[in-house]
Design a protein around this ligand. Structure first.
Ligand SMILES: [Ca+2]
Ligand SMILES: [Ca+2]
Ligand SMILES: [Ca+2]
Length: 476
């Protein structure tokens, strides 16, 4: 355990193991059993009054490039003094809910390198119906940056008409080392809460006719891989004999997406348990909604509300706890998926009988991820950094050597998560400065997080802000 107190890790591991060994159930929510790293940081509020900051990237100009989900703009923030410059406001963005608006952003690797590729790619929701009704869609758009004007202009839509619902929108966009764009898409919250009668389509794959008709309706609960002009790469996986933009499927709400070298990791939200970090491979099936976390039949059974019979779904009241007998249920072990790929980390897997009602969802609400590549902090090189909303921490997970050799054992890909930067906020995304000493976290404007008492609170300390955490010394 590089840079981590072995004692703390052992205590936590032993507590969970003991609960299993004795047949006892956890008596507290696993999110409160967090291992904090020993390193010291000083905290500073860089700026506030951002309208739903969602993506934060370190630009080649030394500014923080931030998408504002609700503000519908891309803002460049000077990390030294917090001053802001709006690079573009996108009036077409349609935003009314918690998971729509201006979402992900990817800076072209050659931005401001004088190679004619001063491009920035964004994902956002818009109204695809020119009439009075609303047809919520997502598109991927390219802008060109004009450094003299400090402005993004020349919009080009590269892929439009992507489905988007009222919940679980995914929306992260990253550049791959292969020069392709990768885009995460949520399952639209189908089969859950207000959308409980909508069939979940995370396992659905398109037909050739749908692809030829540019019908992207199956792009729910997927990770997409596109050429920079929006077309389908010729080496995308064939799934059920059809090549589409789909790179992997069976995802729930992947809000984090990042490359570590050639490895693509995602983070995604579980329903009540089993938030996941996955190593995403071409053609992989990540299980949802048939499997949550590992295929272990623990604390999750797929209930397909839309298939309720004879009582129609619409006549039922949705509940996670009380599923009516008319709703078909299927154990995880009864799912026989060809490319099922278990997660490399969960937050948190709990045994059958874990008391959700009393202890709450065993989740951390993961969002943006970045990879730490610096040697500045001892032991941190090649770690995943994961921003979380409910926990209000950043988890650091060492990427183990096995991950680089494509060892298929998911348990050997990442080291145990260690928490940092706890405040009374919801963290949406994180980026490290190139010096490896400063970390910038963007915070949600509203919602719940773990407060100082350990229970959930709604009064966020620094809503809509950029916080800096500056490394001061090693704790070891
Ligand atoms: Ca309309
Ligand atoms: Ca999964
Ligand atoms: Ca499971």
């Amino acid at each position: 355990m590089r840079g981590v107190s072995p004692l703390v890790v052992v205590l936590i591991g032993a507590g969970i193991l003991a609960a299993h060994a004795q047949g006892n159930l956890p008596t507290q929510n696993p999110r409160v059993v967090t291992t904090y790293g020993p390193e010291s940081f000083v905290t500073r509020v860089v700026t506030t009054d951002l309208a739903g900051p969602w993506e934060v990237a370190w630009g080649p100009d030394g500014f923080l490039w931030i998408t504002e989900r609700v503000g519908k703009r891309i803002t460049r923030v000077n990390p030294a003094d917090g001053s802001k410059t709006v690079a573009v406001t996108i009036d077409e963005v349609y935003q009314t809910l918690s998971q729509d608006g201006l979402l992900g952003m990817a800076l072209h690797p050659d931005l401001l390198k004088g190679k004619g590729s001063d491009y920035v790619y964004v994902a956002y929701t818009y109204d695809g119906d020119p009439g009075s009704s609303v047809n919520l869609r997502m598109k991927i758009r390219r802008y060109t940056y004009e450094p003299l004007m400090q402005r993004l202009s020349g919009p080009v839509d590269i892929l439009a008409g992507l489905p988007h619902g009222t919940d679980h929108g995914g929306g992260r966009v990253v550049f791959g080392p292969d020069g392709k764009l990768y885009v995460s898409r949520g399952d639209q919250g189908s089969n859950f809460l207000a959308n409980y009668c909508n069939p979940n389509r995370a396992q659905d794959l398109p037909t050739l006719a749908e692809v030829q008709a540019a019908d992207w309706s199956t792009y729910q609960g997927k990770i997409l891989r596109l050429n920079v002009d929006g077309s389908i790469p010729r080496d995308n996986p064939m799934l059920n004999g059809v090549r589409s933009h789909i790179y992997s499927y069976g995802h729930r709400n992947p809000q984090g997406l990042v490359f570590a070298g050639n490895r693509l990791f995602d983070s995604e939200h579980g329903e009540s348990i089993d938030d996941e970090v996955n190593l995403v491979a071409a053609g992989g099936n990540y299980g949802w909604p048939l499997i949550a976390g590992y295929q272990d039949d623990q604390s999750y059974v797929y209930s397909n509300w839309s298939a309720s019979s004879p009582q129609p779904c619409a006549s039922l009241t949705f509940s996670v706890f009380n599923v009516p007998a008319s709703v078909p249920r299927q154990k995880e072990s009864d799912a026989h998926l060809t490319n099922f790929t278990p997660p490399v980390q969960t937050f948190f897997t709990v045994p059958n009988g874990y008391d959700l009602r009393t202890l709450g969802n065993a989740t951390t609400a993961p969002a943006g991820m970045k990879v730490y590549t610096s040697r500045a902090i001892p032991g941190w090189r090649d770690s995943l950094l994961l921003a979380t909303m409910i926990s209000g921490v950043v988890f650091r997970m060492p990427i183990l050597e096995n991950a680089k050799s494509q060892n298929p054992n998911p348990k050997t890909q990442l080291g145990a998560p260690v928490a940092y930067f706890k405040t009374g906020n919801r963290y949406r995304d994180i980026v490290a400065a190139p010096d490896g000493l400063r970390f910038f976290v963007v915070t949600d404007p509203d919602g719940r997080t773990v407060g100082s008492s350990g229970s959930l609170v709604r009064d966020l300390v620094n809503p809509g802000a950029v916080l800096e955490f500056r490394y001061t010394r090693s704790g070891t």
